[in-house]
Design a protein around this ligand. Structure first.
Ligand SMILES: *[C@@H]1O[C@H](CO)[C@@H](O)[C@H](O)[C@H]1NC(C)=O
Length: 347
């Protein structure tokens, strides 16, 4: 357990030499609803912001993200991009999951410092309980317990939240999140995400998995395709009813005993959901812009329109920009960067 947490800290230290503090980030402008938007959360009183269950929660766009000091710069950029491109920014509610051992007051001041009008709540995630379930993967940053928080949203978020859009911290939207949130989850689908059926699905699991018929039968009669878990629309009611958190944990538990996959939090999602998800247009997750997991080479966009740019993979745009070695597409992230330039003297 100590090892895993140490891995995280190490990878964070190399990615983020400077520990961000509140003063380092600019304040974003206030964003206002368009006239057609239903008025739900635009009362500025704190109590109203906190009591989302009193509001007509289903008209709110609920967004879940994780929050930690290493990725906070990415998170702030993602939040800004959401607000800037939605026509009803005051109807978006952010649910931030942070490690229970992190300073939630520092995270809270940082968020509120850049977004004084934001509707949000921070949920402590007991990642020490998580550590026992995590086995090490090929990229140490993937082993951070907070990476697994997306499997616990149904437990963490209030019961009155029926649907949530989960977003990673290394992405920006350039389109209205309300469109993504409105993705039809017909029938009995629990989650929606863009599927990539040309990706080699076999490669996400080990030969140990495929050669064991009692395991590989999992994907029998399923048109299983890879999907990226960094952008998902989740029906929390169906998730709760089907107890999917426990199903994911069961696979993680098995992984501890026999190595059935190499990556971190993704394969358990594939095991439980691949071939059973509602499709989302690929424009909503132009992923892989961080490059591969080994060298972080520059990647190009996939063909087609773009609603969301995702720097999944090893390289992060802020780190490459700081190092003066940006990839061409990192220029599309830079406009959302709220970090104050170095040596700026304004408070
Ligand atoms: C898919 O990946 C597996 C395992 O990595 C490999 O053995 C197989 O040749 C690959 N198939 C294709 C079509 O590339």
């Amino acid at each position: 357990m100590t090892c895993i947490l140490l891995f995280c800290a190490t990878s964070l230290a190399t990615q983020n030499q400077r520990i961000p503090t509140t003063k380092k980030f600019r304040e974003a402008p206030k964003f206002y609803n368009a006239p057609h938007c239903p008025r739900i959360l635009d009362d500025d009183t704190t109590s109203n912001k906190e009591n989302i269950c009193l509001s007509s929660s289903d008209k709110i766009v609920h967004v879940a993200m994780t929050l930690d000091s290493a990725y906070i710069r990415g998170s702030l950029a993602a939040i800004l991009s959401v607000l800037q491109h939605t026509s009803c920014p005051q109807n978006v509610f952010f649910h931030f999951v942070a490690s229970a051992s992190a300073s939630s007051s520092l995270l809270r001041t940082t968020i509120a410092g850049s977004f004084p009008y934001l509707n949000f709540r921070i949920y402590p995630f007991r990642d020490s309980a998580m550590a026992g379930l995590i086995s090490t993967s090929i990229r140490s940053a993937l082993d951070c317990p907070l990476n697994y928080a997306r499997s616990y949203l149904a437990d963490l978020l209030p019961q009155c939240v029926h649907r949530v859009v989960y977003l990673d911290s290394d992405l920006v939207l350039v389109d209205d999140i309300a469109k993504l949130a409105a993705t039809p989850l017909g029938g009995d689908k629990v989650l929606a995400a863009p599927e990539y059926c040309t990706a080699n699905f076999t490669s996400y699991f080990t030969p140990t998995f495929w050669s064991n018929p009692s395991l590989s039968v999992t994907f029998a009669n399923r048109k299983a395709c890879y999907f990226n878990t960094g952008v998902m629309v989740i029906d929390l009611n169906r998730w709760r009813a089907g107890d999917y958190t426990r199903k994911i944990e069961e696979w993680m538990d098995l992984q501890k005993r026999m190595r059935i996959y190499e990556l971190g939090s993704l394969p358990p999602f594939l095991l439980v959901f691949a071939g059973k998800i509602a499709p989302v247009d690929h424009r909503w997750n132009q992923h892989g812009l961080g490059g591969d997991n080994f060298r972080g080479l520059c990647r190009d966009l996939h063909p087609g329109p773009v609603s969301l740019l995702h720097w999944s993979g090893k390289g992060k745009p802020w780190a490459r920009l700081d190092a003066n070695r940006p990839c061409p597409l990192d220029a599309l992230w830079a406009p959302y960067d709220l970090l104050k330039p170095p040596f700026s003297f304004d408070s």
